[in-house]
Design a binder for this molecule. Structure first.
Ligand code: PLP
Length: 411
């Protein structure tokens, strides 16, 4: 039987504990939703004020050079590269995840012109599938989006597959694919790989280089704490960079944008995957947030992520085991990301009751309560307290309140 003091002791021994104070987390909130929108790092408002007043306000257009705004996508990309096991010059911060996915999926299909299948799984995040469907329609060359069960991906690789497009960590269950193993299998079948790291980057150690991944995209506003709508990122392995033909061939990806040539000529390296002017304020926020994350040791982050998620499963099963929750996340921490999900028929109303009591997680249709455990700022007592509040919501039937029954636009 665990007691709260056990969790307080874990917090005292936590080598990452000091990071929490670097975030502007409100009191009385247990934030288990950093996998949807990371919290505000305390350094960001000051940094943004400086960028606005000095760089934008006084520097005006000169700041493209003087403050080096022009290389933000590369500079921020190189910081992200350190978090995802990629070499410098392979990652760009740019656009959004959906748009980057469009760019790289298009590049992959062009690199395998004789093949027609995009292989993915039915646990993938819908925007990834929608983008593949839209791109297939646009190309109009008979591409097929083939969806299989997550466990069946390896078996579905055959010579018709142009690209295996997967999200490493399932947004609902937290199930984690074996990136190195599946990439090797895809390569053996002659296919390229495109990984979505939206629920991976910043949550645990990712090894793009060691996994020999070809292409990857990821999100800036989840575990990277870059702020709502933060720039996303894309990765292109060095061996493919000169072969990629960008479908969104904008001037920022041109060899020399300021030569104003009439004809497009792709820049060398990963830079050709840029499209247009980056959102400088948003870049500055993400950049500042990454500096904080890069102070942390990723091995410690991963170890804490595993400890938090494992202990949450244990604690919820101990305190709420009789209340109808079914764990849908893998029990083996090496097989899941930094989140825990339980299915419950009243999932939506229960989550609304939790949020009203300061335990912020989210609900994913049809019946999933999802709790994200960002190891940089969460405490062990948070998971203990969250499980207690969950028990209370169930015991008091608090979820039955009419206000919790109607769904908002964003869940
Ligand atoms: C959050 C998420 C996205 C988000 O895409 P946006 O373009 O930022 O809206 C894409 N893919 C996955 C797997 C995600 O989890």
């Amino acid at each position: 039987m665990q007691v709260r003091a056990d969790f307080e002791a874990l917090d005292r021994a936590d080598p990452l504990a000091a990071f929490r104070a670097r975030f502007a987390l409100p009191d009385n909130v247990i934030y288990l939703d950093g996998n949807s929108l990371g919290p505000l790092p305390r350094a960001v408002p000051g940094r943004l004020a400086e960028v606005m007043e000095a760089e934008w306000g006084r520097g005006l257009i000169r700041s493209w050079n003087d403050a080096d705004w022009i290389s933000y996508p590369q500079r921020v990309g190189d910081k992200i590269a350190r978090l995802v096991g990629a070499e410098p010059g392979t990652v760009l911060a740019s656009d959004g995840t959906s748009i980057n996915l469009f760019k790289l999926l298009s590049a992959a299909l062009t690199l395998r012109p004789e093949r027609r299948v995009i292989l993915s799984d039915n646990g993938n995040f819908p925007t990834d599938l929608y983008i593949a469907q839209g791109l297939g329609g646009l190309l109009d060359r008979g591409h097929e989006l083939r969806l299989v069960e997550p466990e069946a991906v390896a078996g579905a690789l055959d010579p018709s597959v142009a690209v295996m497009m997967l999200t490493e960590v399932d947004y609902r269950s937290g199930r984690r694919h074996d990136m190195a193993d599946l990439t090797a299998r895809a390569h053996a079948a002659g296919a390229l790989t495109l990984w979505d790291l939206a629920h991976s980057a910043g949550a645990f150690q990712v090894d793009l280089r060691g996994s020999r991944a070809d292409l990857a995209v990821g999100c800036g506003y989840k575990y990277l704490n870059g702020g709502p709508g933060a720039p996303a990122f894309l990765y292109v392995a060095p061996a493919l960079q000169e072969a990629v033909r960008p479908p969104l061939s904008g001037w920022f990806g041109h060899t020399s944008p300021f030569a104003f040539d009439l004809d497009y000529s792709p820049a060398g390296g990963v830079a050709r995957n840029l499209c247009g002017t980056p959102s400088v304020l948003a870049m500055a926020a993400l950049d500042c947030s990454l500096d904080l994350m890069l102070e942390a040791d990723m091995a410690l982050l991963e170890a804490k992520s595993r400890a938090l998620t494992s202990l949450f499963i244990e604690t919820v099963e101990e305190t709420c085991g009789d209340l109808g929750f079914t764990l849908i996340s893998p029990r083996d921490p090496s097989r899941r990301g930094s989140q825990v999900a339980f299915a419950h028929p009243q999932g939506y109303a229960i989550m609304q009751a939790l949020i009203d009591r300061g335990v912020i997680g989210d609900f994913r249709a049809p019946d999933v309560l999802r709790f994200g455990f960002a190891p940089l700022y969460l405490r062990y007592i948070d998971l203990w307290d969250a499980a207690r509040v969950l028990r209370q919501v169930m015991e008091e039937d608090a979820w039955r309140a009419p206000a919790y029954q109607t769904r908002s636009r964003v869940t």
